[in-house]
Design a protein around this ligand. Structure first.
Ligand code: CP
Ligand code: NVA
Length: 312
């Protein structure tokens, strides 16, 4: 059974076809095949969502399937039924699961206990659907009508702010997988943790990442300046302290101007203008935040179609 829990779950050799399929789904919207016809995919969400929920519900529908949204708190999982039993029971009803939750080990346990594909719709550790849609967005901008995946190779991402969050972890793993370079800038106490280092080592990546406390150093020579919220879901109690220590890492016009002259600004959204990014950067012509959001749909349809095909 194939799952998509982390960036490396698609082999490097599979990326060109996956990205090409996302491009086809984008250009043929409404007139393509329906590889999920007759299937129901459940979305189990323990956290809020706009983009992930809507893009998966619409995407499953457009592929001919039926999306079934389950608030994790409304099913017995929220009252203590085990992750394993939930996976076993839902596998008897549905053809796949998309899961947004806190502990990354929960999506792994669902995948090992069930008998249907599981897609990680965000955990505290990783957000791989976002990274694939973002990489597709970059490749679209840089490749034009040419080959998408090679356009990523050698490019540099600068990730500023909460450099210990799911998006930072995922971008480190994704950059290594796509042959890109990544510099992270945040306070020393926000340096990536041992869980990420262990995963990089296990994945055989030697490039790793650069970590600095100097935002200007990170953005020098960058093709993309990326940031995420300072207070991720589940970290609300730390809001005040996070806003204080992360202040120097806000993406201001001055910091964005220190990247390459044609650098893109990217953010997974939701954004907090005036906090982790200034309005003049969000509204800059080189900000591609809404293309990123739209591409969640096209890339996830490619992921869904590939996992569904692998099941046959
Ligand atoms: N970027 C993202 O995953 O957005 P949602 O939290 O709205 O799904
Ligand atoms: N780091 C953010 C990403 C939201 C898409 C969070 O986990 O809340």
């Amino acid at each position: 059974m194939r799952h998509f829990l982390k960036e490396t779950d698609f082999k490097e050799s599979e990326l060109p076809e996956l990205f090409a399929q996302a491009r086809d789904f984008k250009t043929q919207r409404g007139s393509h095949a329906r590889p999920l016809a007759g299937q129901t995919w459940a979305l189990i969400f323990a956290k809020s969502s706009t983009r992930t929920r809507v893009s998966f519900e619409v995407g499953i529908h457009e592929l001919g399937g039926n999306p079934l949204f389950l608030n994790a708190g409304d099913i017995q999982l929220g009252r203590g039924e085990s992750v394993e039993d939930t996976a076993r029971v839902l596998s008897r009803f549905v053809h796949g699961l998309v899961v947004r939750t806190f502990q990354h080990s929960d999506v792994e346990r669902l995948a090992t206990s069930g008998s249907v594909p599981v897609i990680n719709g965000l955990t505290d550790f990783l957000h791989p659907c976002q990274i694939y849609a973002d990489a597709f967005t970059m490749a679209e901008k840089w490749a034009g009508a040419g080959a998408l995946v090679p356009a990523l190779r050698g490019r540099k991402i600068a990730f500023l702010g909460d450099t210990a969050c799911n998006m930072a972890n995922s971008w480190v793993l994704g950059a290594n997988h796509f042959g890109m370079k990544i510099s992270l800038a945040g306070p020393a106490s926000f340096a990536p943790g041992p869980e990420l280092d262990a995963l990089l080592a296990k994945s055989g990546f030697s490039g790793g990442y650069q970590f600095t406390t100097d935002p200007l150093e990170a953005v020098r020579g960058a093709d993309v300046v990326y940031t995420d919220v300072w207070v991720s879901m589940g970290k609300e109690e730390e809001s005040r302290e996070r806003r204080r220590v992360l202040q120097p890492y806000a993406v201001t016009g001055r910091i964005f101007a220190a990247a390459k002259p044609d650098a893109l600004f990217m953010h997974c959204l939701p954004a907090h203008p005036g906090e982790e990014v200034m309005p003049e950067v969000l509204d800059n012509p080189r900000s591609v935040i809404f293309d990123q959001a739209e591409n969640r749909l096209h890339m996830q349809k490619a992921i869904l179609a590939t996992l569904a095909q692998a099941r046959r």
